[in-house]
Design a protein. Structure first.
Length: 403
């Protein structure tokens, strides 16, 4: 056959090839636990979506549950290939959506398909940002709870003749919410005095000081805790609506004569009381360090006369705090690699080994009784036990392209 005939035959075949390409990607979710798994986050590499749906674009897809209902989703750009010069949809990182498993529900399916119109903009359920207007705070939240931590401007000494708050700490703060919508910007705009009072949306009542707060880290060596100062730099990698990802880096500090630096990557998912945090430590040598993750022993504001109940068991460090006013709250840390517990004058601590350059994964956060979902110690203990079980038993995904 002549070359021209071959080319003509190939050209004639192209429409048929395009028509037979997959029109949807089916995602099957499975797990082995009997408990409910509300707001379980599902991630699918965009390369797999692009393989099943060539030329699919982030603004022109729909994710549907088993009943055909469109669900909120996002596509990150946290990917090795950051450019898409041919506009064929290859530069994205992951497709993200959520499913809530009922008790006993072990599997379900979702589909991803290209659409002709533009996908809707889904309401933000997670958010993170640098807050230069409040002394370099960094704030983040989901629909359940808020947080902040502190930057170099807060640690800097006050110039002569200037009144400025000074606090040197790498502890993590909690902002307790009683509304599902974002409040970080609203509260900072209201001003410092206002967000220390519950005016209907919640309040900042957690005490951090120089402690680890609710999930800060340090190096445990010789029965002593060595900690960093305020974060030195930040980077936002993804920002909702379903998941926010950001990093905070800490300058070197002296850990019993060993200089150590740390980068924390926070993964903040909608519908969860806990964030996933991956701390990567850098230091000379290949011997593992013992890392401590802490909860403040005195987490209430002044004047509360709190009753603090602490539980140390397995992979979990947990507190439940009954206050004389402003309700009760729980805090917790889960470390899948935990190997024991300790304490110092400021903190309850849970310990785990970490090796230079390899992330240590843990989960930290809290819940407030006034939010109405976790109102007793028993409910908080159950929530954390389930969260630990979920962390140890991730959901499995199976992908299949079809017409």
């Amino acid at each position: 056959m002549k070359t021209t005939s071959i080319l003509a035959a190939l050209a004639a075949a192209l429409p048929a090839i395009a028509a037979s390409a997959a029109e949807r990607l089916t995602i099957t979710l499975q797990h082995d636990l009997d408990i409910a798994r509300p707001a379980e986050t599902v991630t699918v590499p965009w390369s797999e979506v692009n393989k099943a749906l060539p030329h699919a674009l982030v603004q022109k897809i729909a994710v549907r549950d088993a009943s055909g209902r469109v669900v909120p989703h996002q596509v990150t750009n946290v990917a090795p290939q950051a450019k898409d010069p041919q506009n064929i949809g290859v530069a994205y990182g992951e497709l993200i959506f959520q499913h809530s498993f009922k008790p006993g529900e072990k599997s379900t399916t979702y589909t991803v398909e290209k659409i002709d119109g533009v996908a809707p903009v889904f309401a933000a359920q997670t958010f993170a940002r640098y807050v230069p207007e409040r002394l370099d705070d960094f704030g983040w939240e989901n629909d359940k709870i808020g947080h902040r931590t502190y930057g170099p401007a807060l640690a800097a000494p006050a110039p002569a003749g200037v009144v400025k708050e000074v606090l040197v700490t790498s502890g993590l703060d909690l902002w307790f919410k009683r509304v599902p919508y974002p409040i970080v910007d609203r509260w900072y705009n209201k001003g410092h005095d206002h967000y220390h009072h519950d005016e209907g949306e919640g309040m900042d009542m957690y005490n951090v000081g120089r402690s680890r707060g609710a999930g800060g880290t340090g190096v445990w060596e010789g029965g002593k805790l060595y900690v960093s100062t305020n974060y030195a730099s930040w980077k936002v990698l993804a920002n909702g609506p379903v998941r926010s990802i950001f990093e905070l880096s800490y300058a070197a500090w002296d850990a019993a004569g060993l200089p150590v630096t740390e980068t924390k990557r926070f993964t903040v998912d909608a519908g969860q009381q806990l964030d996933m945090i991956e701390s990567t430590f850098s230091y000379a040598g290949d011997q593992p360090l013992t890392i401590a993750v802490g909860l403040n022993k005195t987490p209430s504001d002044k004047g509360q006369s709190p009753q603090v109940s602490t539980r140390r068991e397995g992979k979990v460090l947990l507190q439940w705090v009954e206050q004389s006013s402003n309700g009760a709250f729980g805090t917790a840390v889960i470390i899948p690699a935990a190997q024991g517990f300790a304490e110092d004058s400021l903190n309850e601590l849970i310990l785990a080994p970490a090796t230079a350059g390899k992330p240590l994964r843990y989960y930290a956060g809290g819940a407030w009784s006034r939010a109405g979902e976790v109102t007793t110690r028993e409910q908080w203990e159950t929530y954390i036990a389930n969260a630990a079980a979920r962390a140890a038993n991730p959901v499995r995904t199976t992908l299949a392209a079809s017409k």
